[in-house]
Write a protein that binds this ligand. Sequence first.
Ligand SMILES: [Zn+2]
Length: 88
Amino acid sequence: MSDNSEKKGSNDCNEFAKCLQYLHLMLDNEATEEQEIYLKNHIHKCMVCFEQYEVEKQIRELLRSKLTNQKVPADLAQAIRNKVFQSA
Ligand SMILES: [Zn+2]
């Protein structure tokens, strides 16, 4: 999983790694209230993380609805992710 190299450029967030971590915690319902508030405030101002949040949310909803009780291959998630980014 090293697809970050091509995504650099115009949209950059210097807290992206942190936001991504919080984002995953939140989508897993494992974030603390503090983390959730931080992320929500942040994506309000940061387009990069907002888009990332939308993408991750869509992926999860898609996978949940289509593949209930099934294990999801990592490259499928990646394929969906690429598709969402392309159409954005
Ligand atoms: Zn950000």
